[in-house]
Design a protein around this ligand. Sequence first.
Ligand SMILES: Cc1cc2nc3c(=O)[nH]c(=O)nc-3n(C[C@H](O)[C@H](O)[C@H](O)COP(=O)(O)OP(=O)(O)OC[C@H]3O[C@@H](n4cnc5c(N)ncnc54)[C@H](O)[C@@H]3O)c2cc1C
Length: 415
Amino acid sequence: MRTLQPEDAGYEQETSGFNLAIAHRPDVVVPAESAEDVIAAVRHAADAGLPVAVMGAGHAPGLPAEGGLLITTRRMNGVTIDATARTARVEGGARWADVIGPASEHGLAALSGSSPGVGVVGYTLGGGIGLMSRTYGFAADRVRALEVVTADGRLRQVDADQEADLFWALRGGKVTLGVVTSMTFDLLPQASVFAGSLIYPGDAARQVFAAYLDWTRGLTEETTTSVALLRPPGAPPVVAVRVVHTGADGDRVVAPMRAAAPVLADDLRDMPYRDTHLVYNDPEGPMPSWGRGVLLDDVDVDAVLAAADESLVIVEIRHLGGAMAHDAGNAVGWRDAAYCLSTHTIASPEGAKAGDTLMSVAGPRPAPVNFLGLTGDALREQLRGAWQPETVRRLAEIRRAYDPSGVFRFGHPVE
Ligand SMILES: Cc1cc2nc3c(=O)[nH]c(=O)nc-3n(C[C@H](O)[C@H](O)[C@H](O)COP(=O)(O)OP(=O)(O)OC[C@H]3O[C@@H](n4cnc5c(N)ncnc54)[C@H](O)[C@@H]3O)c2cc1C
């Protein structure tokens, strides 16, 4: 097991991930290369009385390590595709980019999200709202098995028959129960999709957002979409409608949005699933990023756009529901929400203030755990509302059973 300390060359690089705004500052880092390294690191931490944090791709550290021991998993990025069983087994540090290409060689697709750079495990622990989630549900709904190193340093096999509580909790209950060293999940027989985006001028925002809401009310589970007001630095604002349609007749389905306002660019087409990173073109980072999200039953377009301050680079509404509303016997929260309003910007006091104002438009609504983007006390408070109260109670109970002394107190813990 290799370790790095603050004075060592490579410490800065090892502790930083996608989001530079929230930095891990551990006393010791373990750049893990295997499950054995993770077991050794957790046992060493237990002996030394150190709390443990884990970082995958670093998109949302939550409560970052302040002292203690940080396990980085980025080297654990192995992926095995079983084309017959239609499953992927990934190591704990794989990103979606590591899965999408190999799966597509067999005509299969995973429930990846807007950015292929996001960590598969961090995303799935939080449910995982994917490009095809209205058709196939949350990524967490498709998990078959996990291997997890718990606070006692044991590597546990977790599935529907073994450690059933952990299996329930790890699928959607992103509350830091251990270090996931591998995860096996279903792949979907979806070699291609009808997908891409429609781009409109920024001053058509009201028209496009209103048409979008009408349109989404009538969509079937085959169509997963979002609408966003984008203010790319140094360029004029635009509105983007992103679409991933898993069925036939894509052109007919999107016709109302093509007619909703003058279209500046239209790249909607049949594409192999491996090209779907082009739908959102999310930034690859690293960058100091600030983001928040909130779940809604309906959207007041005028209120949202009035609060969409110029300092916010992205103000987005994702359409939820469809297969995401079907109970899958796991810890994913608030499946009944119809939309997710989120915002991302470069981390700055003005951006954070404007983002808070935008979120307040929605009133006191729960936040989806993958779109919390917070740290400190604000994160602790929002985490308690990220699931229904009964789910929070059960998650806290399971956490106390597997980690009674709070070894995993960083990340996204619920108390
Ligand atoms: C550009 C961008 C696009 C995004 N798009 C989507 C999207 O389309 N849909 C969606 O649902 N979410 C999306 N997200 C949110 C993303 O899913 C979460 O931020 C996710 O937690 C990131 O995981 P990570 O490994 O990249 O980050 P990290 O900061 O490394 O990890 C995030 C959390 O997961 C925990 N974790 C990571 N790996 C492990 C492990 N092996 N074992 C135990 N705990 C672990 C960490 O401790 C931490 O609490 C997006 C975020 C960004 C910045």
